[in-house]
Structure formats: structure tokens, C-alpha cells
Design a protein around this ligand. Sequence first.
Ligand code: PLP
Length: 257
Amino acid sequence: MKTALTIAGSDCSGGAGIQGDLKTFNAHGVYGMSVITAVTAQNTTKVSYIQGLEPITISKQLEAIFEDIKVDSIKIGMLFNKRIITAINETFKNYNLPKIVLDPVMISTTGRILLKGDAIESIVKDLFPLCNLITPNILEAGKLTDTTINNTVDMEKACRKLYELGPSNILVKGGHLKDTACDVLYDGNEFTYFDHKRIDNPNTHGTGCALSSAIAANYSKGFDTISAVKSAKDYITKAIAGGFSIGSGSGPVNHFI
Ligand code: PLP
């Protein structure tokens, strides 16, 4: 049985974060494990409360897994603060790491800050060089490169800048672009474009989490990066098309597909 580990925040409403990641791993036939970084109180309308966990709580979870179980891939999501990132980086030094997919989550669709300002620098310095792939959307890529991204040419420029920061592959997601939903993948050499028609469904909660965990699950199964991203894009396109309403706000993407 192939395994995958998500290091991320808990979403009690079950759409994003740890819960969304585990549902995605399950749908891919990969055994999912989780290290929780923060607990959020949220529903389909808002994130109302966040408690970052103590760094030791995170190191202990990582140690428990790595000392006993073979981890075939890691997805990293919400990290919340600098102390949490430092704990992960320090603990990682003791183990052989599989491929890591990092989604640099900064803000929820409902507008809540999920990463404190001073933590961005730590993610770049401590974690980017360990990553096989990072998956920022255009807002996150813009923030990380200090640029404004409006089209695929801007996305390519951001990819080149982000590549210099250490990850082996960059996927800038174009879901927030005006005209297209094209994602741009860069491996330091070539660009690959994943163009999908925009799907008109307001129930998209957990989209970014599901995409990065689907890619990690595909890495666990031995896919190369282009195949892992292509398959994950197909998965998320169906999951968004099947997104459903469970409350008064934006409902979750659908993993029963
Ligand atoms: N909550 C948690 C714990 C998350 O990790 C994320 C995104 O990564 C969100 C909420 C936001 O999800 P969305 O913007 O898809 O609603």
C-alpha cells in the first residue's frame, strides 16, 4: 500500500485542509496520514477562529510517523506561523524525505489570513529548497515574487523567479485569472500548460488543497511531475464540477467521483 502524509490545518467543516486532503488521498487509493499544524473553526461562510499548535506537538506527530512508517509523498498546506515552520524544518533534518508538494496557503477564499506575514520568509528559506513542487495561485505567486500577475506571460516570469528560490518544479495556478483557468508548470527548463474550461460552480471550497494532495498521491504511485499534475487537474476539474451546497456559503468540491 502506498502512503501519503499531509501536514496542514484542520477544517472542521470537512472541505479543505487535513480533512479535504485525506478525502483526496482516499479517492486516489493511497493510505493517508496527517500532521495537524493548526485547528480552525470554519464553515461554508467564514473562518471564525484559528489556534496554531505548539511546535512540539507538530514535531512529535512527525517523529511518530517517520520512525515507523514509510512515507511515499508529503503534501504541505496551511502552516500558520514561523515557529511551526521552524519545527517542521528541524524535524525534517532527521529523516530521508520523499517528494514534497507545498501549497503556500496564505488566505482563505472567505478572506481570513491563514499564514502570518513573517512566516512567508521562513517558508521560502526553510522549505522551498526541500520541495519537488510548489503550487501557488496567482495571488500567492505575486506576493512571493513581488509582482502582479494578470496573464500567462506574467505567470511564466513568476515561475522563473520562484524556481530560483529552490523548488524543483513550479505550478502557478490560474484559477483566479479573468479569461482562462490555465495553470503553468515550470521545471527549470520547459513550460507545460494545463488549460481547462472555467467551471461555473460556486462550491469550490477545498480546491487548492485537493489539487496539491492529488499531485502528492500521484507521486506516491510513481507518476512523474507532468503526469501527476495532469491527472490531478483532471481530478479537480471533476471535483469542482460536482461541488455541492451543504450550507449557506461556498460548499466543498466533490470527492465521490
Ligand atoms: N482552511 C484550511 C485549513 C485550509 O488549508 C485552506 C486552504 O488551504 C482553507 C481553509 C481555504 O480553503 P478555500 O480557500 O478553498 O475555501
